[in-house]
Design a protein around this ligand. Structure first.
Ligand SMILES: [Cu+2]
Length: 362
């Protein structure tokens, strides 16, 4: 017992002496570390901190010019942005839609004021771009992996085994793979990286939405995409923030503008990892819900759906009364940690009547 104690004391003394010797030898290095590190902020400014850095491999720099790896992401833009690809017609008359998707795994995103997170991205954002095609189109994805780690693109849907993005690992540093398949079935599907450890490759941000429209189309609507996601800031296998489209509280602080008596269609995909379920409650209204969007007939008329990982569907509704309406996870922990937003409903029927009058010259 006494022997062990003296060993501990001796070891501690050795460590203290070693550190002191280091300070005498390299005082400048240690002082430089106390000066703090500089971060580029979302608004283009910089902050300096000596605080704990969440991911020291990627987030520290003393170069004030450092902005290259900073993610610029606007949830309001993402909400209604659909990518139809470069369109051409194949000799047999089929529509070909080509997309280039580039994976990176060293980007910094300011997910909340002053809170930086090392995200992994498809085309520079989390989620990646919303890829959209019509049933029967040929979708060709030119995938380039500019990350340091291996990645793939795994689409949910129907396609040949070698297009599944699981066994054909694409190496970092410029590895390439071309995914090509017929778009189907009709609906809303996730795509995500499928390299192990899968949980990490997903939770860091390598996912997005793939919409397959029916040939006959859907009725005209104000269309949006909402990816329900979470951020595990301290890598303990639990989410610290939740959101619709990545930035906690974004649509509460920046309400989504919609109109009375106008059909709203939301493609919603749950990508929350770690927590087994998520849900979505709409205030002052109910919505028609189409699970996975595969049927053109809704399965239910409700104000609440429950979704497990990668479960998704299409919501359709319209508001009769103008005003502010919340939408949020009814799992209150999630809404209080960021997964909450507001629809600002405007009655523009008078404007519409006026516009019609002008159109008819009366
Ligand atoms: Cu990956």
């Amino acid at each position: 017992m006494n022997k062990t104690r003296s060993k501990i004391i001796l070891t501690s003394l050795t460590v203290i002496i070693a550190i002191s010797a280091l300070y005498v030898t390299f005082p400048e290095t240690i002082n430089a570390q106390l000066e703090g590190n500089i971060f580029a902020t979302h608004s283009g400014g910089t902050i300096t901190t000596t605080g704990v850095v969440i991911d020291p491999v990627y987030t520290t720099t003393t170069d004030p010019e450092y902005t290259e790896a900073t993610v610029e992401f606007d949830p309001m833009e993402y909400l209604r942005e659909f990518n139809y690809g470069t369109v051409s017609t194949l000799p047999d008359g089929t529509t070909l839609r080509e997309f280039t998707i580039i994976a990176e795994d060293d980007q910094i995103m300011e997910v909340s004021p002053g809170i930086f997170f090392n995200v992994w991205t498809f085309n520079g954002t989390v989620p990646g771009p919303t890829i959209r095609a019509t049933e029967g189109d040929i979708v060709r994805i030119n995938f380039i992996n500019n990350g340091a780690k291996s990645h793939t693109m795994h689409f949910h849907g129907i396609h040949p085994a070698e297009m599944d993005g699981v066994f054909e690992i694409v190496g970092g540093g410029g590895g390439q793979f071309t995914y090509e398949f017929e778009a189907g079935p009709v609906g809303v599907h996730p795509y995500h990286c499928h390299v192990m450890p899968l949980e990490e490759h997903i939770v860091r941000g390598l996912y997005g939405v793939f919409i397959v429209d029916p040939k006959e189309g859907r009725p005209a609507a104000d269309e949006m995409v909402m990816v329900l996601n979470g951020l595990d800031m301290d890598f303990d296998g639990e989410n610290n923030f939740y959101a619709a489209n990545t930035i906690p509280f974004y649509y509460q602080n920046n309400p989504i503008q919609i109109n009375t008596d106008e059909l709203v269609r939301i493609y919603v995909v749950n990508m929350v990892e770690f927590d087994p379920i998520n849900n979505l409650h709409l205030h002052g209204n109910l919505y028609n819900y189409y699970p996975t969007g595969t049927s053109l007939v809704p399965s239910t008329f409700t104000d609440m759906i429950t979704l497990s990982q990668t479960e998704r569907g299409i919501m359709e509704f319209q508001y009769e009364f103008p005003g502010k309406y919340l939408f949020h996870a009814h799992k209150v922990e999630f809404s209080e940690k960021g997964w909450v937003g507001i629809f600002q409903v405007t009655d523009n029927s008078e404007d519409k009547k006026l516009a019609e009058k002008i159109d008819h010259g009366s």
